[in-house]
Design a binder for this molecule. Structure first.
Ligand code: CTP
Ligand code: MG
Length: 231
């Protein structure tokens, strides 16, 4: 089943402390955002990529896409101050879509079979996200004191891509905008709008590069994937 994808790259990467947008940092000499875009360039189910960037970085991305051509990126969309605003701008620039995926540019290791499982789940259930079981014990803490230990078996760490029927996610974003609600992911807006969201079990390799130590981890994951899957 075909899908369109919104890839988000309009953040500042503050926690990475690289002094510039982390999307340009390299993993085995190729920029992070290019690794991510190549995943979808190579997926026959992906019919188009909306790349969302900061307005001050449009030229840098344009130059990068000349050096590393990605045919499915037809134009760049300017993002907003918050991730949710960037997604909304991406949704508005999608003219025709049935199935839309939303993905962090900083998550370069999602695998094609996982993407396909996710898309099929969203086609039947309208909304689906990738997730992995939480490994740590999670406690709720207030002012330095444990309030509660949350039952781990019901906890899942949520990743991207997240997949939705276009109308479902667009309506959820419009509702959130009207209510001035800011969520941490797109599924939370869809949940709030009353739509059930299904889980597809993903892979622990699908990390988001967030802090400096993730770079070393990413190099190791890429080495492993190149060896085992020939990517
Ligand atoms: N993002 C975006 N627009 C924003 C904020 C974030 O497109 N206004 C994108 C980022 O570029 C990233 C993804 O959303 O690919 C996930 O966000 P995060 O990991 O938080 O990245 P940054 O916001 O760039 O990093 P930080 O929060 O450390 O500044
Ligand atoms: Mg951020």
């Amino acid at each position: 089943m075909k899908y369109e994808i919104i890839v988000l790259a309009a953040g500042q990467g503050k926690r990475m402390k690289a002094g510039r947008n982390k999307q340009f940092l390299t993993i085995q000499n190729v920029p992070l955002i290019i690794h991510t875009l190549q995943k979808f360039e190579q997926d026959p189910w992906c019919s188009g990529i909306v790349l969302v960037v900061n307005e001050k970085e449009v030229e840098i991305f344009e130059e990068l896409l000349i050096e590393y051509p990605i045919q499915k990126v037809q134009s760049l969309t300017v993002g907003g101050d918050e991730r949710q605003h960037s997604v909304y701008n991406g949704l508005k620039s999608l003219k025709q879509a049935q199935m839309v995926l939303i993905h962090d540019g900083a998550r370069p290791f999602v695998q094609q079979n996982t993407i396909h499982e996710l898309v099929e789940k969203a086609a039947s259930d309208k909304a689906a996200v990738l997730a992995v079981p939480v490994k740590d014990t999670i406690k709720r803490v207030e002012q330095g004191t444990v309030i509660e230990t949350v039952e781990r078996s019901s906890l899942w760490a949520i990743q991207t891509p997240q997949a939705f029927l276009f109308d479902v996610v667009m309506n959820a974003h419009e509702k959130a905008k009207t209510n001035e609600y800011l969520g941490t992911d797109d599924a939370s807006l869809v949940e709030r709008a009353g739509q059930k969201v299904s889980i597809v079990e993903g892979n622990y390799d699908n990390i988001k590069l967030t802090t400096p130590e993730d770079l070393l981890y990413a190099e190791a994951i890429l080495t492993k994937l190149t060896r085992t899957e020939g990517v």
